[in-house]
Design a protein around this ligand. Structure first.
Ligand SMILES: [Zn+2]
Length: 115
């Protein structure tokens, strides 16, 4: 097994399916793979330590109601409005406008302070 194979089996290992003995013996000899294993296990431990997010008890009900409402709402009749709704949201438009403004400010500033 190459170091690449070892790292792949470290990545795919889990609690139920831990690394094979051959991988363990490689980790004893190879410092690179050993440190990779330590980093991966550290990351997994960090992720496991995160608190579980509790879903509100009425989440399922609210979600189903919202889906039903979205299904029953009439589709936009104008083609342009329909296209607009499918292409951009207002949030995306605002973000794009802000980014464009930032670029224009930067370009103008650089142009003014060129000489
Ligand atoms: Zn190795």
């Amino acid at each position: 097994m190459t170091c690449k194979d070892i790292k792949t089996s470290i990545d795919s290992a889990s609690r139920r399916d831990p690394v094979a003995p051959s991988v363990k013996s490689h980790l004893m000899e190879c410092t690179d793979c050993s440190s990779y294993s330590d980093q991966t296990m550290g990351l997994i431990a960090l992720l496991r330590a995160q608190p579980m997010v509790e879903v509100p008890s009425d989440f399922d009900f609210k979600l189903r109601a919202r889906i039903a409402r979205a299904k029953s709402e009439p589709e936009s009749t104008s083609i342009l409005g329909h296209l607009w709704a499918k292409t951009f949201s207002w949030g995306q438009t605002a973000t794009a406008a802000a980014a464009l403004g930032l670029v224009l400010t930067f370009v103008t500033y650089n142009y003014m302070h060129r000489s």
